[in-house]
Write a protein that binds this ligand. Structure first.
Ligand code: PNS
Length: 183
């Protein structure tokens, strides 16, 4: 059997190989809680880059349903089967955390057009800040385009079934909170 030839550019030269060894992508978020939409981005980033750090923000803008330790634990359980994914947390500026990870890019998922406006301005800001970092965007898979942590919490609080949107361990914790009389 013939060995497949390396792809060639139109110029006849070998197509450019992007050196991705040692490159880290940081996927930041509140993950309050992690959804299948987040995990779709994690898996696809992990298929493209050698190392993915899922970075849970310690102090999200809204009061979270779950503590930082709980959000990290839920993500760690959900990502346990993906070899090149680590779960970590950070406080303070994202760009400072990203810089501490070495040569790194931020990865964000985009679900709907309104996400883009907000994410685009955050990406510009994160590039502009001292020690800034660049962002790459991944479109959400269509089946997750309408899934967000906030909508999952709202549906759950109103008695709706969210089993399709979050891993079973997250659902268990949501039920446990409800049983304790919290949200
Ligand atoms: O899941 P979220 O809540 O949309 O994630 C938002 C997050 C954590 C990515 C964003 O709030 C963030 O980067 N926070 C860290 C503080 C910071 O660096 N702010 C300046 C960039 S807006």
């Amino acid at each position: 059997m013939r060995t497949p030839r390396a792809p060639r550019a139109a110029s006849g030269k070998r197509a450019i190989a992007v050196p991705r060894d040692g490159f880290v992508v940081v996927y930041p978020g509140s993950f309050d809680p992690v959804t299948f939409g987040h995990l779709d981005i994690v898996r696809r980033a992990a298929a493209q880059f050698p190392r993915v750090i899922v970075a849970v923000v310690a102090n999200p803008s809204k009061t979270p349903m779950f503590t930082l330790a709980e959000r990290v634990a839920m993500l760690s359980e959900a990502c346990a089967g993906i070899r090149n994914v680590e779960v970590d947390s950070f406080a303070g500026l994202l760009v400072e955390y990203v810089r501490s990870a070495g040569p790194a890019l931020i990865v964000k998922g985009l679900r709907i057009v309104s996400d883009f406006e907000h994410e685009f301005s955050m990406a510009l800001l994160n590039r502009k800040l001292r020690g800034g970092a660049d962002t790459i965007f991944m479109p959400a898979s269509p089946e997750f385009a309408y899934v967000s942590s906030s909508s999952v919490k709202e549906v759950f609080s109103l008695g709706g079934d969210v089993a399709e949107f979050v891993p079973p361990s997250v659902l268990r914790r949501m039920h446990a909170r409800r049983a304790k009389g919290k949200r």
